[in-house]
Design a protein around this ligand. Structure first.
Ligand code: HEM
Length: 461
């Protein structure tokens, strides 16, 4: 007799996992070192793991086939109705990153044309322009041999890039105000991820007041820009203009001011810290792998012949791109994401019950020794086409996957490649001896003590 769906569900196994503390479950291990914890879970228990956080049962899916099931094959069964996204909603509102279901699908359709390859390519010049300005800012310190915290520098750079891509010149006066407000809000939600029982915003603690003030400042700037644009449309050629032009195919309606605000702030936040982290970790890895750095410089010098890189150079900067790909394997900035299962599911032969909170982590899967040779080693050549044959698709997913794959993937890869090429052409970055380098798993994978480096102009080497 053929098996029914119920038989199959019953036959599925319960995933293995640690028992943890009787009351707290695995909270202690998670707080001690989150990255160590998720890696250990995979190494000790395999493809699908379950553990407890106090009374909550959590699932962690590590195998590429399981990741593919969640992000692609059965993606409709996995919603973003989880604590992380609810916390982010406090200031991102209901934008592309945090929304779900039909609302999200509608918004994604509206926003997608703004990220068309040709559109993204048109931002190349502002990316290299901002990088050149950053190198000029560095000059005084470079000539005195003073170190720089490149993590901070890249954060400022990517913030400038995304600000100009979104608003072109309409934020000149407000760029620092926006930057400060966003930094306050991002740091605050990072705190709330770690301390989920912190009093809600309606309780007037000093932290909550600071949060509300930063959100009000940000809102007033963004709403003012939107209002100015509504009065004088068609004067700009930026992401905001494209979002404002977007129309629903059926109703012909555009986005409301509130929806534009949510999408703009979402792109702002999603679009800078991640890329800044990628550049920071790439600089770190290059400074500790001399042969890779040498090969990168040779490619850049040969391809650019001293010129400033443009989007048309990208197909010839293949090794530079492999350096980025490999950096995102070892240090995926968006290192984990969570979903809630809507109905029961079976993932890699294990039962995932309805309502379960399930996490997937590129940090874990991308360091899996059964999928990657020498997984802890920095080896950009593993992304050469001949060495990528046979690798499961979801062995590598720094940008997520399926319909909810990062909408800014093309933007981020272009920005990282152009910035890295320009840096390699102009200078070498060396780690300052004795400075500590440690990863900390916050909302993104950051260097805990910054990344202190000295920059050495190539011409003087
Ligand atoms: C290296 C840089 C970046 C990395 C590693 C990255 C990673 C990711 C990942 C993993 C997701 C999926 C999250 C999930 O499924 O829960 C995502 C979604 C998203 N990213 Fe990125 N991202 C980067 C840069 C950018 C940039 C530059 C932008 C915009 C300019 C952007 C905008 C977004 C948005 C709007 C979403 C939500 C998409 C949706 O659900 O429809 N990201 N990103």
């Amino acid at each position: 007799m053929p098996m029914t769906i119920d038989d199959i569900t019953l036959a599925a196994r319960v995933p293995p996992g640690p028992r943890g503390n009787v009351v707290l479950g695995s909270i202690g291990d998670i707080y001690r070192d989150r990255l160590r914890f998720v890696l250990d879970m995979a190494r000790m228990y395999g493809d699908v793991v379950q553990y407890r956080v106090a009374h909550l049962r959590m699932y962690q899916v590590n195998h590429p086939a399981g990741v593919e099931r969640m992000l692609h094959d059965n993606h409709r069964n996995y919603s973003k109705d989880v604590a992380t996204f609810k916390t982010l909603k406090l200031f991102l509102g209901n934008g592309l990153f945090t929304s779900d279901g039909d609302f999200w699908r509608h918004q994604r359709r509206l926003a997608q044309p703004a990220f068309h390859r040709r559109r993204v390519a048109s931002f190349g010049e502002l990316m290299t322009y901002a990088t050149q300005q950053m190198l000029e800012r560095w000059q005084a310190r470079v000539s005195r041999g003073q170190p720089l915290d490149v993590a901070r520098e890249f954060m400022r750079l990517t913030m400038e890039v995304v600000t100009r891509a979104l608003f072109s010149t309409s934020v000149e006066r407000n760029i620092d105000t926006i930057g400060r407000a966003i930094t306050t809000l991002v740091n605050d939600v990072t705190f709330r991820f770690t301390f989920p029982f912190y009093p809600p915003l309606r309780v007037p603690t000093s932290r909550n007041r600071r949060f509300l003030a930063a959100r009000a400042t940000l809102d007033s700037v963004v709403y003012r820009i939107i209002a100015e644009r509504r009065r004088r449309p068609a004067e700009h050629d930026d992401l905001l203009a494209l979002l404002m032009e977007a129309r629903d195919e059926v109703t012909g309606e555009g986005m409301s001011d509130k929806q534009l605000r949510d999408e703009v702030i979402t792109l702002f936040v999603a679009g800078h810290e991640t890329t800044a982290n990628a550049l920071t970790w790439a600089s770190y890895l290059l400074s500790t792998h001399v042969a890779v750095a040498r090969r990168l410089r040779a490619e850049v010098d040969g391809t650019l012949q001293g010129g400033v890189p443009t989007a048309t150079d990208l197909p010839n900067l293949t090794y530079t791109r492999m350096v980025i790909d490999e950096t995102l394997r070892l240090y995926p900035p968006a290192w984990i994401t969570n979903r809630r299962a809507i109905e029961d599911d079976i993932v890699c032969g294990y039962r995932i019950p309805a309502d379960a909170i399930v996490s997937i982590s590129p940090y874990v899967t991308q360091r899996d020794p059964t999928l990657w040779e020498n997984p802890e080693g920095f080896d950009p050549d593993r992304f050469a086409p001949e060495r990528s044959i046979g690798r499961p698709h979801y062995a590598y997913f720094p940008f997520g996957g399926g319909p909810r794959q990062c909408i800014g993937k093309g933007f981020a890869l272009m920005e990282s490649t152009l910035v890295l090429a320009l840096l390699a052409q102009r200078c070498q970055l060396h780690l300052v001896p004795g400075r500590r380098v440690q990863t900390v798993a916050m909302a993104t994978l950051r260097p805990r003590y910054g990344m202190w480096m000295t920059a050495h102009p190539r011409s003087s080497l």
